[in-house]
Design a protein. Structure first.
Length: 232
């Protein structure tokens, strides 16, 4: 398990296959199979990634449990709905199952940036951020966010105590900073694609931290496959 931000984490739950799975899937056309990795097999993995022969990488799968602020989860979700090549049935190479406050009333948890973590708006005023704002300003807005969260949780709990259903009481909870948990299962190709895009310097800081954690966990199981996709 890799801790991320103040309260988040990424955990590798399960794995199907290895770098050798990629090799043997690629050699299936010739009815060949390797029992262990050789230098020739390592070169094949690099060749496949470099020349976009991606189908062998979809025979290996990884399953993660993620606990992250909603603003991270919704960026991540784009990789599920945006990766389908099967118009009628959806993408068979990605799966996502998220906790729901319609069914559970676990204690709300929120991402609260410290006084040194508030970032300035970019000069183009479109997206992203730049260097941290002054510590005094950061401290002011950490305090204001904590007060806002406390008020929302208080109203959430009060509404349920007075008989309001949980699926409506949750409207009082500040959304984007609230932590949610989910299981994400994806092919090696899909995981590498996520890492490559979300570790880019133009990506939002918070999701870059999660992408780094995913990469570290994935590389432990697929050192060649991940490296082949991500190294220029």
């Amino acid at each position: 398990m890799k801790k991320v931000l103040d309260k988040g984490y990424v955990r590798l739950v399960d794995v199907l296959g290895s770098d050798l799975t990629v090799v043997n899937a690629a050699r299936a056309s010739y009815a060949k199979e390797s029992k262990e990795m050789s230098e020739k097999d390592e070169s094949l993995v690099k060749y496949l990634a470099k020349h976009d022969h991606t189908s062998p990488f979809r025979h290996a799968m990884l399953q993660f449990e993620v606990f992250a602020p909603l603003m991270v989860a919704r960026q991540w979700w784009k990789y599920i709905i945006g990766s389908s090549h099967l118009e009628a049935t959806g993408d068979a190479m990605n799966a996502w199952n998220e906790s729901s406050r319609r069914y559970i009333t676990m204690e709300p948890t929120f991402y609260i940036p410290t006084e040194n973590e508030w970032r300035g708006a970019p000069d183009n005023n479109k997206q992203g951020s730049k260097e941290p704002v002054a510590q005094e300003l950061g401290a002011e807005y950490t305090k204001k966010l904590m007060e806002y969260v406390d008020q929302g949780v208080k109203l959430y709990e009060e509404a349920m105590e007075k008989g309001i259903c949980a699926e409506e009481a949750r409207l009082f909870l500040p959304a984007y900073g609230m932590y949610v948990s989910w299981y994400w299962t994806a092919s090696l190709q899909a995981v590498a694609h996520f890492i490559k895009q979300r570790q880019d310097s133009h990506s939002q800081y918070e999701i870059r931290q999660y992408a780094a954690a995913v990469r570290e966990l994935a590389e432990e199981k697929f050192p060649l496959g991940i490296k082949a996709f991500l190294d220029d």
